[in-house]
Design a protein around this ligand. Structure first.
Ligand SMILES: NC(=O)c1ccc[n+]([C@@H]2O[C@H](COP(=O)([O-])OP(=O)(O)OC[C@H]3O[C@@H](n4cnc5c(N)ncnc54)[C@H](OP(=O)(O)O)[C@@H]3O)[C@@H](O)[C@H]2O)c1
Length: 327
């Protein structure tokens, strides 16, 4: 399938490399707001076409699927431009700023006979599948602690008084939507939609959360998600059941999974070695869904995106974190 990309950050290059590794997506065109950047990226990865006009790119008959990796608040307008031109869209997390945008975009995708996906790497990995299959080995689940705490070099710019996109409400930024979505996807993928959500953020002067604790309440079970872009942590994720505890090296891409027996304290590794370019798994799964019109799988992914966005929206609402597009 012929691929086009939007945005020229490092993540776009990671996706292009993973797409190539997948053997299912062939880079044909790239877009940048700047002609030199578009040309350079096209040259680096042997793309035939480069664009600086999004509408022109959207109309190109050479492209079938578009990967979008622009600032969060820009995703919606760009995605619907491509969907209206009958291109499948793979949009970086967090897919959009709110559920209203998401519902509208899914409708536009359906009306135009194309698919819309949120690019989230962890739920497509082999280790996520293993974890889901083996979850019952832990017995009745009682608690989980899923951190994603990663100091951002952009916080240094923020502290210098600059305005990096991800630390602004104008670009729909903040720790929960940027990093918290990884453990949140893990929670929703494994445990489903929680009954109650509570968010306790640390709000920065820009009005978005630099870090926060999200509590998801299920029946007889509580999952705590810690996310931060303003501090560093090395603690792994844990899922605690009565019979055993799962220890995950990380929430994404789930590099290693250990199961520790509650009684004997013996541990067993359940995970497999994954590709270093781990976005390859989302490339393969998404391309397969498109190629085979796998509406069943598509609906499952759609449902997860909807739940995750509902939760981050509720978390923001509780704390008066309002994005620019909502003012
Ligand atoms: N899956 C992952 O592991 C992962 C990792 C990092 C980021 N992401 C996601 O990828 C997306 C991009 O993140 P990023 O950190 O690369 O963002 P960014 O640096 O703020 O912007 C990414 C690209 O978008 C373009 N851009 C910048 N400002 C823009 C604006 N005002 N309007 C339109 N385009 C603009 C720029 O490309 P041009 O100048 O060439 O147009 C830039 O290279 C985000 O949604 C983020 O959450 C995902």
């Amino acid at each position: 399938m012929n691929l086009g990309t939007v945005g020229t950050g490092w993540i776009t290059e990671s996706f292009i490399e993973a797409a190539k590794l997948s053997g299912k997506l062939t880079l044909k065109g790239v877009y940048s707001r700047t002609s030199d950047k578009a040309k350079d990226l096209a040259h680096k990865y042997n793309a035939e076409y480069f664009f600086t006009d999004l509408e022109e790119m959207a109309k190109s008959p050479e492209l079938e699927a578009i990967y979008i990796a622009s600032p969060n608040s820009v995703h919606f307008e760009q995605a619907i431009t491509f969907l209206r031109n009958k291109k499948h869209v793979i949009c970086e997390k967090p897919i959009f700023s709110n559920s209203e945008e998401l519902e509208e975009a899914y409708q536009i995708a359906e009306d135009n006979g194309v698919y819309l996906f949120e690019a989230i790497r962890n739920i497509h990995t082999p280790n996520f599948r293993i974890l889901k299959e083996k979850l019952n080995l832990a017995g009745n689940l009682r608690s989980a602690m899923l951190p994603y705490i990663q100091y951002s070099s952009r916080y240094d710019s923020f502290l210098r008084g600059e305005n990096p996109n991800i630390f602004t409400s104008t670009y729909s930024g903040g720790a929960l939507v940027d990093l918290g979505v990884y453990p949140l996807y893990l929670a929703v993928g494994l445990f489903g939609e929680p009954q109650k959500v509570t968010y306790h953020p640390v709000i920065l002067s820009s009005g978005v959360d630099g870090s926060g604790t999200l509590v998801l309440e299920y029946q007889d079970f509580v999952c705590t998600i810690l996310c931060s872009k303003i501090s560093h942590s090395v603690i792994p994720c844990e899922i605690h059941g009565e019979k055993g505890t799962f220890l995950l090296e990380d929430a994404a891409p789930i590099s290693e999974i250990k199961l520790i027996d509650s009684h004997t304290k013996e541990s067993e590794i359940l995970s497999v070695a994954q590709e270093e370019k781990n976005m390859v798994y989302e490339c393969i799964n998404i391309a397969d869904i498109i190629e085979t019109n796998d509406d069943n799988q598509y609906e499952k992914l759609k449902n997860m995106s909807k739940i995750v966005l509902r939760i981050t929206e509720e978390a923001r609402k509780q704390n008066n974190i309002v994005f620019g597009v909502e003012r």
